[in-house]
Design a protein around this ligand. Structure first.
Ligand SMILES: [Zn+2]
Length: 224
């Protein structure tokens, strides 16, 4: 039976609702389930909140296919056991803190080959687009997620996002939350301290006035 337009519209609305529900459920699951674009936004806002001077850098899939794909083993560890590895051994993040070891090779749709990462370039995080945006597909008649291009983020010598290892971003979030809580506690203590000081000095001033004014009058300075 051919479905009428009303049925089709109902079905599309149902799919949209389901998609939105799934998205909210995913967001509620926490940082381990964040998309690269959410991670990017969070890292940029953390840098501001923490007043970090360092610039976070993102590694994004390079434009065009002319670049040789990166050897994942070499990129992560700085060494490659293969004698005749055909992937590029030019760049490594092995000197960063927090690079997970013993990681299964990235096998996303954009992995150039087993054991390879797509050729990437490192740019300031604020200047790049993480990709993975929801775009409206005319064909499916609903929003679908594009492939994200952001694969890694480093900040102050530490890996803070690794698309293939959600725990890297989750531990960044936990660490940041801890630092922010400490900062808030110490600034609250400082404010409380200032208030006590202010109260004391106000009280002091009042006392001083109370004490010195009568003194001046009694001292006979104004009396001739
Ligand atoms: Zn290699």
């Amino acid at each position: 039976m051919v479905k009428g337009n009303a049925d089709r519209r109902r079905e599309l609305a149902r799919q949209r609702c389901e998609h939105q529900r799934n998205e909210s459920a995913r967001k509620a699951l926490g940082p381990e389930f964040a998309t690269p674009s959410e991670a990017r936004a969070r890292i940029l806002s953390d840098v501001k909140a923490l007043s970090v001077d360092a610039v976070p850098y993102g590694w994004i899939v390079a434009d065009g296919n002319e670049d040789k794909s990166f050897c994942e083993e070499f990129f992560r560890t700085g060494a490659c056991p293969l004698r005749r590895c055909k992937h590029a051994h030019d760049v490594t993040i092995s000197d960063l803190i927090g690079v997970p070891h013993g990681v299964a090779t990235c096998s996303g749709p954009d992995a150039a080959a087993p054991g390879a990462l797509p050729a990437m370039q490192r740019l300031p995080l604020c200047e790049i687009d993480a990709g993975g945006r929801m775009v409206y597909s005319r064909h499916l008649r609903r929003a679908v997620r594009q492939d994200p291009v952001l694969k890694f983020v480093d900040l102050e010598g530490r890996l803070v996002f690794d698309a293939a290892n959600p725990s890297v971003f989750a531990s960044h979030c936990a660490r940041t939350a801890e630092v922010l809580a400490m900062q808030r506690a110490s600034s609250a203590a400082a404010t409380a301290g200032k208030e006590i000081q202010k109260r004391d000095s106000d009280a002091g001033r009042t006392d001083a006035n109370d004490v010195f004014e009568p003194d001046l009058e009694d001292s006979g300075v104004s009396l001739i």
